[in-house]
Design a protein around this ligand. Structure first.
Ligand SMILES: [Ca+2]
Length: 337
């Protein structure tokens, strides 16, 4: 069931304290889960796995860890998609990565080439390369692939192959791979695109990756065995790549929504503040509990510099006294994610 947490800030006038503008927090779940399980858990119970790419995020992470005396590493929402074949978006089962393994970091999308020694290397998809298309003739190895010695980026090569043949080449075993290497050798060419691509690193909540703001532990990501597909963070927010199927504690992000409500209370003279507050809170609770979704809420009153909640306003006909006073939250702006 969808659970929303709404923090109601009742403002009559004046300025909200910055603390009431804390629109999200991180929660550490200590029960170890695999990365996909952790993602499902956070999305169900909270908002998502956490995104950690600012000092503010790292401070929240530390706060969440300290809250439960945690000092180890835990999953965060950073992950890599699996390599997919261009033809029918199938997940890679056969691979021939060289010693460097696919290790491109700071790119939106990575694409694979086959070298003339038969090893695969990941490259930036926008670079120019010759390429192998896959034809519709699947009987003989010699007819399966079409090699074109024309430099194109991976996307253009894909478009070309899809319109003139079937798609960019899918390589399914050593025999096919050796054949492609042989073609490159016979033409004395170095490498060529095959139909393999992936999105290297992305955030679970779809935040765009800010490479200058993410921080890895030294020596990470090391992509051990080419299988480091999900990231953990230590309590300082330094990241490392791990195999997604290992079980780790994890950090969830909980979004909070602040809704400001302004009341005007009409009174002859003396106002019993606490009685009015109680009456308003009672009414708010009635409204909030009558919603279709479960809403966890806090009602916070904004205390003014004079120690009072309510401010006296002169009432004059036609005077526009509903205009909002700028608040600290307004300055912070609406929540981005
Ligand atoms: Ca690692």
């Amino acid at each position: 069931m969808m659970q929303n947490k709404i923090q109601l800030v009742v403002v009559l006038a004046g300025i909200l304290s910055k603390a009431s503008c804390d629109l999200y927090r991180f929660v550490l779940i200590e029960e170890p889960k695999t990365w996909p399980e952790a993602q499902s858990y956070c999305r169900e119970k909270y908002t998502d796995l956490v995104t950690v790419q600012s000092d503010a995020d790292r401070a929240k992470l530390k706060e969440a860890a300290n809250a439960v005396n945690f000092s180890s590493v835990a999953w965060i929402g950073f992950y890599k998609d699996p390599w997919l074949w261009s033809y029918q978006n199938t997940i890679i089962s056969y691979a021939k990565w060289g010693n460097q393994k696919p290790d491109l970091l700071k790119t939106h999308k990575a694409c694979a080439t086959v070298k003339r020694n038969g090893q695969w290397v990941d490259a930036n998809c926008t670079e120019g390369r010759y390429y192998f298309c896959q034809t519709d003739k699947q009987d003989k190895l010699q007819d399966k692939f079409k090699y074109t010695e024309k430099t194109m980026n991976w996307y253009d090569a894909q478009t070309y192959c899809r319109s003139h043949e079937i798609d960019l080449a899918t390589v399914t075993d050593d025999t096919e791979n050796a054949f492609l290497a042989e073609v490159l050798n016979s033409k004395n060419d170095w490498d060529a695109w095959i139909g393999l691509s992936r999105i290297p690193w992305q955030w679970s909540d779809n935040s765009s990756v800010s490479w200058s703001s993410v921080k890895w532990e030294s020596g990470q990501p090391d992509n051990v065995n080419g299988t480091g597909e999900c990231a953990t963070a230590d309590t300082d927010g330094l990241m490392a790549d791990h195999i997604c199927s290992t079980q780790q504690p994890f950090y969830c992000r909980e979004n909070r929504k602040i809704q400001r409500v302004r009341f005007t209370v009409k009174s002859d003279r003396s106002l019993d503040e606490s009685a009015v507050m109680k009456a308003i809170e009672k009414k708010m609770k009635q409204i909030l509990s009558g919603q279709d979704v479960i809403i966890r809420y806090n009602i916070t009153w904004s205390v003014q510099p004079d120690g009072k909640i309510f401010q006296q306003q002169e009432t004059r006909e036609n005077k526009d006294n509903t205009q909002d006073t700028p608040t600290a939250c307004d300055e912070l702006g609406p929540m981005k994610r």
